[in-house]
Ligand binder design. Structure first.
Ligand code: VG1
Ligand code: CO
Length: 544
């Protein structure tokens, strides 16, 4: 085997977004494009030299080729040991689990998460630090800045490795272990949840569920854990075979894209419980019979009931939610005498709080929930949490959530996404809103009185790092909010997200259709932002 030094030149567009670098597959296939980014990781994360790296991806188109490229580069850059998921597969939370369990020096995860896959679609890459979490901004900035001066990368002339056979291989001085992608993760889940009790629930004869893996990474995980270990009936997991193009679907677990499982939990023949996960297995959607649990409510319900779950029986230390996530969790934290931290969008902002033991649970409105067990959001973990809760409470999902609303009040919630709009129009719209901010406080917007209006900035309470321009927040005196931000994960034009929440403490008014309750806020938020005039859109692409 020979180490080769290949001359290269910078690409200007390699700054990671909300969750790593995401581009069209075609961009990643540009000669040297993937290599430059990976070399920038090795050049800046110097502990990898002589250290251990975890490597895996969500199995989308280009995953296998990318794994071979990165393996050769890791060997050439002096990485001593590389743990690779069999078939090149590792869900994002499983990668985080493996990085932590074997005390490695970090991991490279190949995923564009919920974005579609295939030759014309998206690919992505991100580096996770030794704590198992997505690299914080200081690290992603260092990697980006290295990509801007890069002049060469290192690789080897070794043959491609057989990724499908478990075992230990040597290339030069490096050892490559092809590991079972599910085993370590499943073992971790067993320490957190009462598997016997969930097993009994599945055996009770009056409970069944469906899990939609959306032809993405969670299929093998869900089959092993739900069907093989917990005794759910065969066929519980649907769309369980990971496909490179996700069956041409959009592996995003929401009511629109996961409509197949929504059908299975609806109507007189519907099952009691259903769930879905995304491309890389870190998102979750929770459904009861004819009932949708918003991700914000899911976090709040988990926090309020964590003491009933084995892994959290001693109580939780605190909660964190991303800024646009509803304030339902804040109400629980308040009652438990805990702090609820409000962080910018993206899991990387939870890492320090988890490491410092300031929080145990965290979540985002975008179908993401997680805890201190790993440093990523975790789709199947959330499903198991709910299953454990159902087994303990012997109540339906709907009655648990409605009881929660009765106890804490209900935060009605909706999100409007305008996808693929013109980038400069989107930036102009945000500037326009920023300019309006000083005029808003103490004004009325129809029946709502503005309590605060700002451009959200966050100072990390652990390391003091500051992140600015994280979204426009308008809060009203009755607890309602409007939030605007631009997506940092898209690969085409810009995506504007408008997040709306309305608080309702009165139980007699908590059973209204969400769309009716949100209507006044929808009209205020769209006219304030001059959406139609600025973007040419008179309706959003997706409402969740
Ligand atoms: C979106 C979500 C954000 C999430 C991110 C990564 O980001 O809003 O909450 O953390 O995706 O999730 P953005 O910048 O497009 O709004 V995943 O499942 O793509 O790793
Ligand atoms: Co994801």
């Amino acid at each position: 085997m020979n180490v080769l030094t290949i001359p290269s030149q910078p690409f200007s567009d390699q700054r990671p977004g909300t969750s790593g670098l995401r581009k069209k597959v075609k961009v990643f296939q540009t000669p040297h494009y993937l290599e430059n980014f990976v070399q920038a990781v090795f050049d800046t994360q110097t502990d990898l030299k002589g250290g251990t790296l975890v490597l895996g991806g969500d199995g989308r188109f280009y995953n296998r080729e990318a794994i071979q490229i990165i393996l050769r580069m890791a060997v050439a850059n002096g990485v001593q040991r590389i743990l690779v998921g069999q078939g090149g597969l590792l869900s994002t939370p499983a990668a985080s689990c493996v990085i932590r369990k074997y005390q490695t020096d970090g991991g490279i995860i190949l995923s564009a998460s919920h974005n579609p896959g295939g030759p014309e679609e998206d690919f992505g890459i991100k580096f996770n630090t030794p704590n198992g979490g997505p690299a914080p901004e200081a690290v992603t900035e260092a990697i980006f800045s290295r990509t801007q001066t890069i002049e060469r990368y290192l690789t080897t002339d070794s043959d491609p490795l057989d990724l499908d056979t478990k075992g230990s291989y040597s290339i030069g001085a490096a050892t490559i272990d092809i590991i079972d992608p599910v085993e370590d993760y499943a073992a971790l889940m067993k320490t957190l949840f009462d598997f016997d009790r969930i097993h009994q629930l599945f055996n009770s004869g009056h409970f069944s569920m469906r899990f939609d893996a959306m032809h993405a990474i969670t299929g093998p995980y869900a089959k092993q854990i739900l069907e093989n270990m917990l005794g759910a009936e065969p066929g519980t997991v649907i769309n369980g075979k990971p496909l490179e193009d996700f069956g041409q679907g959009h592996p995003d677990p929401n009511l629109v894209h996961a409509h197949e499982v929504v059908k299975l939990v609806s109507g007189p023949k519907g099952v009691n419980f259903a769930a879905a996960s995304d491309g890389d297995g870190d998102r979750n959607m929770i459904l009861g019979h004819d009932f949708f649990v918003t991700p914000s409510d899911s976090l709040a319900v988990m926090a309020a009931n964590a003491h009933l779950i084995k892994g959290y029986a001693d109580g939780i230390r605190g909660i964190a939610r991303s800024m646009p996530t509803s304030q339902a969790a804040d109400r629980v934290a308040n009652q438990l005498g805990l702090t609820c931290y409000e962080t910018p969008t993206g899991w990387k902002f939870f890492g320090n709080l988890l490491d410092a033991d300031k929080i145990t649970l965290c979540g985002e409105e975008s179908f993401g929930t997680g805890s201190n067990h790993v440093r990523e959001k975790d789709g199947l973990w959330a499903v198991l949490f709910w299953l454990n809760l159902l087994a303990v409470k012997q109540q339906s999902v709907e009655s648990i959530v409605k009881q929660h609303w009765g106890d804490f009040g209900r935060n009605y919630y909706t999100r409007y996404d305008y996808e693929g709009i013109d980038k400069s129009a989107a930036e102009g719209l945000m500037d326009h809103l920023r300019n309006l901010l000083p005029t808003l406080p103490e004004n009325n917007l129809e029946q709502y009185q503005v309590e605060f209006a700002d451009d959200f900035a966050y100072t990390d309470p652990v390391d003091g790092s500051r992140s600015e321009h994280q979204g426009i927040r308008i809060g009203f005196t009755d607890g309602s909010r409007i939030v605007y931000r631009l997506s940092g994960t898209g690969t085409e034009g810009a995506t504007l997200r408008i997040y709306l929440e309305a608080f309702e403490p009165d139980p007699s008014k908590q059973m209204m259709p969400t769309a009716d309750v949100m209507q006044p806020l929808v009209s205020i938020s769209t006219s304030l932002a001059e959406i139609e005039a600025r973007t040419g859109r008179n309706r959003p692409t997706v409402i969740t």
